[in-house]
Design a protein around this ligand. Structure first.
Ligand SMILES: CC(C)(COP(=O)(O)OP(=O)(O)OC[C@H]1O[C@@H](n2cnc3c(N)ncnc32)[C@H](O)[C@@H]1OP(=O)(O)O)[C@@H](O)C(=O)NCCC(=O)NCCS
Length: 151
């Protein structure tokens, strides 16, 4: 984890390496407006990802709850795809998405091979675009066009 990420967090919030539980994953996706997934799909998150991190919030006198997450699917060599960027609506616009994204990028830049450039991709929904531009992402079009298979 990037040690500097902790200093960017408002009081009550903590950044962790790893993945939220399956129920929390399903909940965070749906409450933040991302498409819903099944338990079997969510089970693969922790085993099939290269790295993930999440933020918990602890209200005084209450248990700490995961309220934001992000992860990287990749080979650890050069290909890294950022997925599941989500912050609970009650906690958005506090810089938490930025902390998560920076922690993911820090991990890639620090742990991918030094003798080549990592190729970092994502599909940007409207809500995330400004955040991604701010952190160095550019539109891949017109040179390349992102495509997704549809049945
Ligand atoms: C995208 C998301 C993760 C950003 O999390 P966040 O904690 O609110 O983001 P931050 O507070 O770090 O904001 C980062 C920047 O993005 C902008 N931003 C945040 N939410 C935004 C929104 N809904 N629409 C447009 N811009 C937004 C902020 O203005 C901020 O820029 P600025 O402070 O320099 O002006 C969050 O909005 C979210 O979970 N959205 C729903 C799920 C989603 O669409 N995920 C992205 C999939 S690609």
């Amino acid at each position: 984890m990037n040690p500097n990420s902790r200093s960017g967090l408002p009081p009550g919030y903590s950044l962790h390496d790893g993945y939220v539980s399956v129920p929390d994953y399903l909940h965070l996706r749906s409450v933040s407006g991302l498409s819903s997934k099944t338990i079997s799909q969510a089970n693969a998150v922790s085993t099939g990802s290269w790295y993930g991190c999440y933020i918990t919030y602890e209200e005084p006198g209450k248990e700490s709850l995961p309220i934001g997450m992000g992860r990287i699917i990749g080979d650890g060599g050069w290909y890294f795809h950022i997925a599941d960027m989500a912050v609970h609506p009650e906690h958005q616009r506090k810089g938490l998405g930025d902390v998560i994204l920076k922690a993911l990028l820090w991990k890639i830049h620090n742990e991918s091979p030094e003798d080549g450039e990592p190729y970092i991709t994502l599909f940007a929904d409207e809500a995330g675009r400004k955040l991604y531009y701010k952190n160095g992402f550019v539109d891949s079009a017109p040179g390349q066009l992102g495509m997704a298979w549809r049945a």
